[in-house]
Write a protein that binds this ligand. Structure first.
Ligand code: 7PM
Length: 280
């Protein structure tokens, strides 16, 4: 976690909003995942449940049919794979197929077995905040204070994980941009992201192609949201987000690399100054 990581997104769903569902084909999903890995992604996130606002969960059999072959093929080729699921059975099958990280938009709260399996597996986990369920989450979300409400929720989930035997060093936290939040909520969460470092875990930010970009900007279609994605990614990086979940791996890495180069130049100035002070 001493340098930013990029997680590439492979949605194996028929109706994924940001790629028109053209990755449902597992051959295509595998090729895209490999390309992201070769472009420098640190992980590739494979998900078979569309969590688009308003969507229904697929059956367990359907979710397994979508993700297991993709996880298996990518892991076999040396790709570090995370499995994006709320179901214990999918976590288990994906882990058996070679997935090495669990990414759960419900922070291991959907099924008691998910928390138990995650603990038993010894795998690192990503816990995300979501208000409600994908089907209904965008119906007038309300918070007392969105940052503190999300913070308290994540703190409670970290405690639940620790109680189940998952140590804090295996946990990464995510405020869940777009999951039961208005545009104003999302902007405030990114603006005050650094507060979440108080929880003592690395932070993941997922802004790629999300609708807040179109709403703040000019109604762009998902595939036209890369500039906004990069702007939000850098805003998150500036506040210390360690993992960035994106569709466009190469472009995100370019933006991050330049940002880091500028920051490193500043650090070397500070070092030179400090050395000068010591000599005197
Ligand atoms: C339709 C709508 C399809 C939204 C897919 C999505 C996150 C995540 C997703 C996130 C973590 C997408 C989302 N978003 N997991 N899974 N954080 N940890 O944009 O922000 O891929 S699904």
């Amino acid at each position: 976690m001493d340098r930013p990581s990029v997680m590439g997104i492979v949605n194996v769903t028929p109706d994924s909003f940001s790629d028109g569902g053209d990755r449902f084909d597992s051959g295509r999903a595998i090729a895209d995942g490999l390309a992201m890995w070769e472009a420098g992604a640190d992980f590739v996130d494979v998900g078979g449940e569309s969590t688009r606002p308003g969507s229904e969960q697929p059956s367990l059999e359907e979710e397994l049919r979508r993700v297991v072959p993709v996880v298996k093929a990518l892991a076999a080729q040396g790709v570090r794979v995370s499995i994006d699921t709320r179901r214990a059975a999918v976590m288990e099958e994906a882990a058996a197929a070679g997935a090495s990280i669990i990414n759960d938009i419900s922070a291991l709260s959907s099924e008691p077995e998910a928390l138990q399996f995650a603990a038993k597996s010894g795998l690192p986990v990503i816990l995300m905040h979501m208000r409600g369920e994908p089907r209904t989450m965008q119906e007038a979300p309300h918070y007392e204070d969105v940052v503190l409400d999300v913070y308290d929720y994540l703190a409670e989930r970290v405690r639940a994980c620790e109680a189940a035997g998952i140590s804090r060093s295996r946990i990464c936290l995510d405020p869940g941009i777009g999951f039961g939040k208005t545009v104003a909520h999302n902007l405030e969460l990114i603006n005050r992201l650094a507060i979440f470092h108080g929880l003592g875990c690395p932070l993941l930010l997922g802004v790629s192609r999300k609708s807040m970009i179109a709403k703040v900007s000019r109604g762009e279609e998902p595939k036209e949201r890369l500039p906004g994605t990069l702007a939000l990614t850098l805003a998150g990086l500036h506040r210390g987000a360690q993992i960035h979940r994106v569709h466009d791996v190469e472009q995100a890495l370019q933006a991050i690399t330049l940002w880091e180069a500028v920051e490193a130049a500043g650090a070397s100035d500070a070092r030179t100054f400090a050395e000068g002070q010591e000599i005197r």
